[in-house]
Design a protein around this ligand. Structure first.
Ligand code: F6R
Length: 272
């Protein structure tokens, strides 16, 4: 695991988008694992800007989202399909047939979960998985005690996740209490992983996830087992980290980061 600290959330999102863009330019058929949530919105804005201004080409890219609510139609504004179309897919040149999310409306959820895993494999597995982290340490919707080997499955959400995410619904009571999520094991199968964390509210859980013990109580701590996981955080999220000096030193000195050190002073964010 490698962790770098950026001055603010905008710069952190710009860095993550730049890492995705680099991977896509190197491999146009990239299989990209995607997350939703507030943190990711700025990453998608940056990627849309890169598509518009720099010709970043998504025409051959395939995407698999981490999760989807159970029982919401894809045209419901709270669904993750709607989020992805609205924040990202509608603004880039991706073929919608190459964008996959779990089927939260399936009558047979177990079969839909198995099929999702099979489809990921048919496309050769995920090259690069983007992740955010929940206040309870979840990645995807792998709530506390999710098995570290778990696969795509239906899962009950915690009251805290429901409280946080229901604010994104026009009628908070409409938020489903269950979701389909890739498992921790599914996520760990990705060839590379980038976790993006910003804001003071995430400082404590970030420190637990990256510097604490590996435990099913904090699903994100399983990322310590992955050999190619990068964690990009802003100053606010970094305040509880013990080895901040080392993480800053890495970004300033390691050759892999050199091309990203001179970021545009204020990475432009497009309103969508
Ligand atoms: C969403 C997902 C979740 C979010 C996490 C953080 O697809 O997988 O794990 O990444 O809940 O959400 P925000 O960014 O809204 O704090």
């Amino acid at each position: 695991m490698e962790l770098v600290i950026q001055p603010d959330a905008e710069r952190a999102a710009w860095l993550v988008a730049s890492l995705v863009a680099k991977a896509l330019r190197q491999k146009p058929h990239l299989v990209l694992g995607l997350a939703t949530g507030r943190t990711m919105e700025q990453v998608y804005r940056q990627l849309v800007r890169m598509h518009r201004d720099e010709g970043l080409d998504f025409s051959l890219c395939r995407t698999f989202n981490l999760d989807e609510y159970i029982g919401l139609r894809t045209d419901h504004p709270g669904s993750y399909r709607y989020y992805m179309d609205h924040h990202f897919f509608n603004h880039i040149n991706i073929d919608s047939r190459n964008t996959f999310l779990p089927d939260g409306m399936a009558t047979n959820l177990q079969a839909a979960c198995r099929r999702y895993e099979e489809t990921i494999l048919e496309f050769g597995g995920i090259d690069l998985q983007l992740l955010g982290i929940g206040a309870d340490g979840h990645i995807g919707f792998n709530e506390p005690l999710s098995a570290l080997y778990s696969r795509t499955r239906d899962k009950a959400l915690t009251p805290s996740t429901i409280a946080v995410n229901s604010t994104l619904f026009k009628h908070p009571g409409e938020m489903p209490k269950r979701a389909i999520t890739m498992g921790v094991g599914t996520i760990l199968d990705a060839r590379t992983i980038i976790l993006l964390v910003s804001g003071k509210a995430k400082a404590e859980i970030l420190a637990k996830a990256v510097e604490g013990p590996i435990t099913a109580m904090v699903s994100a701590s399983a990322l310590q087992l992955h050999s190619k996981c990068r964690v990009v955080v802003d100053e606010d999220a970094a305040v509880k980290l013990q080895a901040q000096d080392y993480y800053r030193w890495i970004f300033e000195n390691e050759p892999d980061w050199e091309e990203f050190r001179n970021a545009p002073p204020s990475p432009e964010v497009l309103p969508l």
